[in-house]
Design a protein around this ligand. Sequence first.
Ligand code: TXA
Ligand code: MG
Length: 349
Amino acid sequence: MKTKLVTVIEEDKQREVLPEAGKILQEGGLVAFPTETVYGLGGDALNPDSSRKIYAAKGRPSDNPLIVHICCMEDLEPIVQEIPEAAKKLADRFWPGPLTMILKKTEKVPYETTGGLDTVAVRMPDNPIALGLIRAAGGYVAAPSANISGKPSPTLAKYVMEDMDGRIDMILDGGTLGIGLESTIVDLTGEMPEILRPGYITKEMLEEVLGKVETDKTILSLDSKTPPKAPGMKYRHYAPSGELTVVCGSQEKVVEHINKQLEKACLEGKRTGVICTEETKELYKADFVKSAGKREDEAKIARELYRILREFDDEKVEIMYSEAFDTAGMGQAIMNRLLKAAGHHVEYL
Ligand code: TXA
Ligand code: MG
């Protein structure tokens, strides 16, 4: 299959290309597109064949359900059994935006899309290209992140191309994205709203609207024996090809420890890399030292993380160390992705 890559940053170009891209989706094809979080790999969410194709293109296990993307509130009703008060409030406050809600599905949504579950994940993304594409496709676009299963989610179209060239019909290049980590997932089908995947919308932000919200305990736990409630969270994820270790502790100790480990790796002839911040980037002795930004600028750290992990792959780095990023707001989301990328290799000093 020939994959068409089109840059659609300009509005004129969007007007020209979105109808064509929408038609591809309506006919059962696949189109990757930008959202405010990461690039998505879109197919018609109501067409079981499209969902099968998405799993095949990503090499993703088919018990891992897809998020259905919509572009307006009216389109929510036909795919869910009821819209609980909590969902109305959250949609009012956070949609379009980086929040996915789990609700009870209707027959309209095929089990191929929900990985066999009776619930469906729904989100309205905050990106004009995404919203235009969803509308042109007929209203319902299933879209996981547009990476080969297990790799870091793409935050640039060139990484979508790297993974998906020859596997899908079209890639819409919308340039750089605002957030850089996948949406927060909140399950509204139980007694208490529960966060299944942390993201830009934090527990505190949800609690401001809903009162008490729980968090799936397995999200940040270090033992990987208890399966998380979002099926996708159980797989090794976001992972670079080399071996990554996260080191937690005071700045001084972390720098000293990482440098010691780097020295050993260097003696073994390994290519080395470090993920750090502006404050510490001059202190490390690795082949590739990458700063994710200033320590207090968590939005930038979140936006840079996947790009850095991808770059290490491009540079064939074999041994990597990362500082920890327990920042106030998105820290939980950043650490959740980083620990998964590290396959839970973590050292406390
Ligand atoms: O920001 C995002 O959410 C991006 C962009 C493209 O919108 N999409 C994304 O999709 O991250 P994906 O497929 O990479 O992750 C979807 C996650 C998986 O962990 C999956 O298991 C979970 O959502 N999920 C989907 N439907 C679910 C359901 N009915 N119940 C529980 N978890 C569900
Ligand atoms: Mg993903």
